[in-house]
Design a protein around this ligand. Structure first.
Ligand code: M6R
Length: 364
């Protein structure tokens, strides 16, 4: 059942190219993104005032990537909420808004409660769900399924990947409907999104180097992730994966926030995973990485193939292929998942069933 892999998590990480193709292909018609939700016509998309993305854990991290894509491409204001916060904070909602609920299982109790709250306020709800016929799928007004197939490992990997893909498709259609992207631009982005399945294959193949890095840091007490923009969202997800399955204390910071407190925790030998895939803020993140290095951190820098990394900034460099900045999360998440995986394996953890956790959290 594990298809020759030692753990479901590794199997599911490797299933990501297929999951991307299964999720994206049915939603591209003549090179254009289509949502296949009859009510979400271009006219309806033009009327949306604000988008609220609501979810828990890794699904919420996918929502952060979705927010950034929606704002960057369509210039529609978007907010991300943790479902357990949203449901109790009396959120400001209006009937022109759209609530997007994201869930792999479709059974997470806080997420379902957030959905019901939005509906009770008369706000339309679109659910992005992996499990067909789940409670969230049934309760939502509209559903866009992710086609990751069953995800068994408690740590979510392939579901997160395709949640991001659906959010990108949504952002592209929204941007096109609202005249923020021309048809030609929309087609170009859509084609690049379809390339994601191929783009990530070399990252899966690079697993030996990631395993080597994990072997260097397997005994660390704690670990920091830093990044800006999309890279910050990925820092949160990389850090969550690491904590969840390897039990290494880890935190993620927006790189510019380090000097507002956290840098006091950076001491000799502490690994700092610096994510620098976004061209517009590359130099900024690099200088933050340098600040940690000068305090003794071991810096593992994730950047693209063509960037120049001056001497004295990184101890190790993980190189990614060139890709559109906005789609970089699809490529960057793979080595972060593998890093968490190998850390957990080397530390002798129960990778697929980490302590104290359940695959679907159906209690508050
Ligand atoms: O089934 P859901 O997507 O609603 O689950 C949400 C979270 O419980 C889930 O993503 C959790 O954070 C994962 N175990 C993280 O790997």
């Amino acid at each position: 059942e594990k298809g020759g892999y030692p753990h479901f998590m590794l199997k599911e990480i490797n299933e990501q190219p297929a999951a991307i193709t299964a999720t994206v292909s049915p939603r591209v018609e003549d090179g254009m993104p289509v949502l296949r939700v009859p009510e979400l016509t271009d006219e309806a998309l033009r009327k949306i005032g604000r988008v609220h993305l609501v979810a828990c854990g890794t699904a919420m991290h996918a929502g952060m990537v979705g927010k950034a894509a929606i704002e960057a491409l369509a210039r529609v204001p978007a907010e991300v909420d943790i479902a357990s916060e949203f449901r109790y904070r009396d959120p400001i909602l209006s009937p022109e808004d759209l609530v997007i609920i994201i869930s792999q299982s479709g059974e997470t109790s806080d997420t379902l409660a957030a959905l019901k709250l939005a509906k009770s306020r008369g706000v339309p709800v679109l659910a992005i769900v992996n499990v067909v016929g789940s409670s969230i799928a049934r309760a939502a007004d509209y559903v866009m399924y992710t086609y990751a197939g069953p995800e068994i490992a408690v740590a979510s990997t392939k579901a997160y990947m395709v949640q991001m893909c659906v959010l990108y498709l949504f952002a592209l259609r929204l941007a096109y409907a609202r005249g923020r992207l021309t048809e030609a631009e929309t087609r170009r982005y859509t084609a690049r999104l379809q390339d994601a399945a191929e783009i990530i294959k070399p990252r899966l193949a690079d697993c030996e180097y990631i395993k080597y890095l994990a072997s260097l840091f397997m005994n660390t007490q704690s670990c920091f992730f830093i990044g800006r923009g999309f890279d910050y969202s990925l820092s949160l997800e990389g850090s969550l994966k690491l904590k969840e399955i390897s039990y290494v204390h880890s935190d993620a910071y927006a790189a510019g926030e380090l000097k507002h407190g956290t840098i006091s925790l950076v001491t000799d030998g502490v690994p700092v995973i610096a994510l620098a895939t976004q061209k517009s803020v590359y130099e900024k993140t690099l200088s933050n990485a340098k600040e940690t290095k000068s305090r003794g951190a071991k810096v593992i820098l994730f950047t693209t193939k063509d960037t120049v990394v001056p001497e004295g900034i990184a101890d190790y460099i993980v190189r990614l292929d060139e890709y559109e900045d906005i789609f970089m999360p699809l490529q960057l998440i793979v080595p972060l998942q593998l890093f968490a995986y190998y850390m957990a394996v080397l530390r002798g953890c129960d990778v697929d069933k980490p302590r104290n956790l359940a695959k679907s959290v159906t209690v508050e």
